[in-house]
Design a protein around this ligand. Structure first.
Ligand code: MBD
Ligand code: FE
Length: 324
């Protein structure tokens, strides 16, 4: 049974009613966008002859995604995060805001409120004995090459098992998360551990969707950054450590050629002593170039619900309310 009803007046009138086109209240923008999305989905159902079984199994996957707060994980997997980056890149190019370090996606695992250190500090709590010591450092400059002193460099990354503190309850609070203020020469330098790549939980609804596409859910070892300074464009980016099997095969599409950085093994006793470390370490150097801007909106990261900025209400929203 293959039927095609999308183009009938009944269905078209039905879509107008669903989208509230005949109602005074609500948001015109929401009505337009919902009308477009619902039209596209209805047409997909019609064109692919989607069965009730298929439709309801999709609803079930959506419920599981929501219950596990996994939309923020599937989102980069389906390329939405990178597509938004491509649009911001295009807007920057058009406005001639060029020459800075490239952006790449934030991902779902940032937590606000990490401890702040001046110039240098330590990010790991010392408990991850499988983690190889990392000396992560660099300089923040503007597009003319001038150092940016007092820039705010927020860094977060996974431990040796690919887990992030806050989301991984076995880690201490704010482990591997710091806010570093650059010194008078625009420099930052922190001791941490080399992160491992991240893999989507194999039994998760996110991986279930990826499996249907024949795709893996792996990310290469990477380190997240927010960098900001007055008069400069806020930068959300990441570095991907070179040599990881997934460096150029990231399920979240975050890798950019300019952001692939080697970790250089150093075992020279003088270098170890100079950094006050206790043994061989790997040095990762990431210098950052910020584009200038006077626009206040561009100096701040875009608004987005983030952990600890908004209390996540996990309670059921399905209880219902008495009619008025
Ligand atoms: C991560 O660590 C990450 O950065 C992204 C984008 C998705 C899943 C895990
Ligand atoms: Fe990450």
């Amino acid at each position: 049974m293959t039927v095609k009803i999308f183009d009938t007046p009944e269905v078209q009138n039905f879509l107008n009613t669903i989208a509230g086109f005949d109602q005074e209240g609500g948001s015109d923008r929401a009505k337009q966008i919902l009308h477009r999305i619902l039209s596209d989905l209805f047409r997909t159902i019609d064109d692919y002859d989607i069965t009730p079984e298929e439709y309801w199994s999709a609803v079930s996957v959506l419920n599981a995604l929501g219950q596990g707060t996994q939309f923020g994980l599937l989102s980069p997997g389906l390329g939405f995060d990178h597509f938004l980056d491509m649009r911001m890149d295009a807007a920057d190019a058009e406005a001639k805001r060029t020459g800075g370090t490239p952006r790449t996606i934030e991902g779902p695992l940032y937590v606000a409120g990490a401890p702040e250190v001046q110039g240098t500090g330590r990010m790991d709590d010392g408990s991850d004995t499988d983690g190889e010591t990392m000396w992560l450092n660099g300089q923040v400059r503007d597009t003319q090459g001038n150092p940016v002193a007092g820039a705010k460099v927020e860094v977060w990354h996974a431990n040796s098992k690919g887990g992030y503190s806050f989301f991984d309850p076995t880690q201490s609070e704010y482990n591997l998360r710091r806010t570093i203020i650059t010194d008078s020469d625009g420099r930052y330098a922190v001791r941490s551990i080399i992160p491992s790549g991240y893999g989507c939980p194999p039994d998760s609804p996110t991986q279930e969707v990826l499996n249907l596409l024949g795709r893996h859910g792996e990310r290469p070892a990477h380190i997240h950054y927010f960098i900001s300074a007055p008069g400069h464009q806020h930068l959300t980016t990441q570095i991907n450590l070179a040599g990881d099997p997934y460096t150029f095969d990231d399920f979240a599409f975050a890798t950019r050629e300019e952001l692939v950085i080697p970790a250089n093994r150093i075992d020279d006793a003088g270098e170890i002593a100079r950094r006050e470390l206790d043994g061989p370490f790997s040095e990762v150097v990431f210098d950052i170039v910020l584009a200038k801007t006077d626009e206040a909106a561009l100096q701040n990261r875009h608004a987005r619900p983030r952990a600890k900025e908004r209390e996540q209400d996990q309670a059921s929203q399905l209880a219902g309310t008495a009619r008025v």
